[in-house]
Design a protein around this ligand. Structure first.
Ligand code: C2G
Length: 136
């Protein structure tokens, strides 16, 4: 069984996330998602999520490409996660290109996939704010 892992915040799940998860899963037989906790987002990623960790986890677990969701609590856990979950392939969008190549030293294949253009959680939030302003 080829085990794949990826990490992210996955707030306001959109087709860019789904495109990433589908391609990641296609690289193996089992996909693990390291989901950024609310604390990690707030303290280390400077991200204010719309949905809580529990809700974001529930949404991810409903996606056919996702087999397991684990908490991402810090930047350093990728090495130990790769060992603990016997990961073969690590996947991220190419906005992270080069940032996690160190995992190759422990025999993990590192793959950066092209991001889906245009869409982002930030853009969705901005456009919703505009709609709300126009309606008020
Ligand atoms: N993504 C994508 N296309 C988009 C938006 C996101 O391919 N239009 C990918 C990102 O490249 C990432 C994944 O979807 O691989 C999750 O995106 P985010 O939730 O924004 O995750 P990020 O904040 O990049 O956190 O330790 C790694 C970090 O937790 C990654």
């Amino acid at each position: 069984m080829k085990r794949v892992i990826t990490y992210g915040t996955f707030d306001l799940i959109h087709y860019g996330h789904i495109n990433l998860l589908r391609r990641a899963r296609a690289l193996g037989d089992y996909l693990i998602v390291g989901l950024s906790t609310d604390e990690f987002n707030r303290d280390m990623k400077n991200k204010q999520c719309y949905f809580s960790y529990e809700t974001r986890k529930e949404l991810l677990e409903a996606i056919r490409y996702v087999d397991l969701v684990i908490p991402e609590e810090n930047w350093e856990q990728k090495r130990s996660d790769a060992l603990l979950y016997r990961v073969d392939v690590f996947v991220m969008g190419d906005d992270w290109r080069g940032k996690f190549d160190f995992l190759e030293q422990q025999g993990v294949e590192v793959v950066y996939l092209p991001r889906t253009p245009e869409i982002s959680s930030t853009r969705i939030k901005e456009e919703l704010k505009t709609i709300r302003r126009e309606q008020s």
